[in-house]
Design a protein around this ligand. Structure first.
Ligand SMILES: [Zn+2]
Ligand SMILES: [Zn+2]
Length: 409
């Protein structure tokens, strides 16, 4: 009878295999000393063929193996523990790993040297691979793929599986129609979110935010523990966000359900957020989009209502001049407490007056990312130069500001 897998034992391996006998290894660990030979064989099968070739009795099973301590024989328990740890969570893709006592791994490496094998595979990598295969078989989920839903870490010395549930992501664009709504949850400054008399025990300065409005139906749909909101920049609380809206990614932490029917979410959003927030282009997203959204620096268009006693011809003249020169913008006073104080160079790309009345006018402007528009109009006490105020020689005050468009691709 011929063997299904041709296992050629090189003379060098046949020479060192006897040195591994009588050391209290289980068949799994004995075979694994030669794990890179005989592709497609299990380690116990490798051990059987080696002892056969050497003409010695088979390696006996032992629950107290010198290298693994019987861990391989308890694989089914680790599969059970893993699957049970993820009970109540939706998962389709996973990765798994294991934590070993460092002494065991060191003992194995010392053994490779003593025996003189060049074909060994480490207990940990063999265990992880075998655990993955068995979890796949037990659950129907697929293992070892790039973007897992859950990660299992078998803590061998402790005897339990640590479960990590990865976030699930959704992306879209939001329009904000309310001038009293911050983009993200805004903890109360006095109590830092714990709840105090000045925030009526809510822990928040503003009762809600774009983040909370959008997150609510997703939290309900996924059973997530919390959220992180990633906007492509942010507008001031009192600025509206119009046009096609601002791109965002919503990250849902520790979700129990990952497959979300977006239609009821859209409906809940249009009911619950009516008049305050509108969400467009809602879709499923992936983790890397968070970075893309955070790192994008698109130009933006604004509509700005300005109060100032200046003839419109003078404003037009100033705008023409403004387009030809760079703006040196020192960190505005109003954000100096949270941003480092430095001078940035920015440009206004386009600007025009769209409405003019005695004492006030409305501009539409397009600027580079990161331009402080209010300060460019008013001058911020000379911290922005030139400003529209300095170019017109008039005192100007921004009365309202709307973001008309985020010019991402
Ligand atoms: Zn063993
Ligand atoms: Zn408070």
């Amino acid at each position: 009878m011929t063997d299904p897998v041709d296992f050629e034992i090189p003379p060098a391996a046949a020479a060192c295999a006897p040195k591994a006998l009588g050391r209290g290894l289980c068949p799994e660990c004995f075979g694994r000393l030669f794990g890179q030979l005989g592709h497609g064989l299990s380690n116990p099968e490798r051990a059987r063929r080696l002892t056969e070739a050497l003409g010695v009795p088979p390696v006996p099973e032992t629950s107290d193996c010198f290298v693994c301590g019987g861990i391989f024989s308890r694989l089914p328990t680790w599969v059970d523990r893993s699957v049970r740890a993820a009970d109540g969570f939706e998962w389709h893709r996973f990765t798994c790993g294991s934590r070993w006592e460092p002494e065991r791994l060191a003992r194995e490496e010392a053994l490779w040297i003593e025996v003189g094998t060049e074909w060994g595979e480490s207990a940990r990598s063999a265990f992880n691979r075998e655990l993955g295969k068995r979890i796949e078989a037990a659950s129907g989920a697929s293992g070892g793929t790039e973007r897992p839903d859950v990660v299992f870490l078998a803590d061998l010395p402790v005897g339990r599986v640590e479960l990590t549930v990865l976030p699930v992501y959704f992306a879209g664009r939001y329009r904000k129609l309310d001038r009293t709504l911050p983009q993200t949850r805004w903890p109360c400054r006095r109590c830092r979110g714990r709840g105090c008399s000045s925030c009526n025990g809510t822990g928040k300065t503003y009762s809600t935010s774009v983040e909370e409005v959008i997150a609510a139906p997703f939290v309900a749909a996924t059973g997530a523990d919390g959220t992180r909101f990633h906007g492509m920049g942010r507008e001031d609380i009192d600025a509206r966000m119009l046009g096609r809206g601002r791109p965002f990614v919503l990250e849902l932490l520790h979700p129990h359900r990952r497959t979300v029917d977006l239609e009821p979410v859209r409906e809940a959003l249009s009911r619950g957020a009516a008049g305050r927030v509108e969400v467009l282009d809602l879709r499923v997203a992936e983790a890397p989009e968070v970075v893309r959204v955070k790192e994008a620096s698109p130009e933006k268009s604004y509509r700005v209502g300005v109060a100032g006693d200046v003839p419109v011809a003078k404003v037009n003249e100033a705008l023409e001049l403004a387009l030809t020169q760079a703006i040196a913008q020192r960190t505005p006073k109003r954000v100096a407490h949270r941003r480092s104080d430095r001078v940035r160079t920015r440009r206004v790309v386009a600007a025009r007056v769209v409405e003019a009345n005695p004492g006030r006018f409305t501009l539409e402007i397009r600027t580079e990312a990161g331009t402080y528009v209010k300060e460019w109009v008013e001058g911020d006490d000379g911290r922005t130069t030139p400003s529209l105020a300095s170019l017109t020689g008039a005192a100007l005050k921004v009365e309202f500001l709307d973001v008309l468009e985020i010019h991402d691709s």
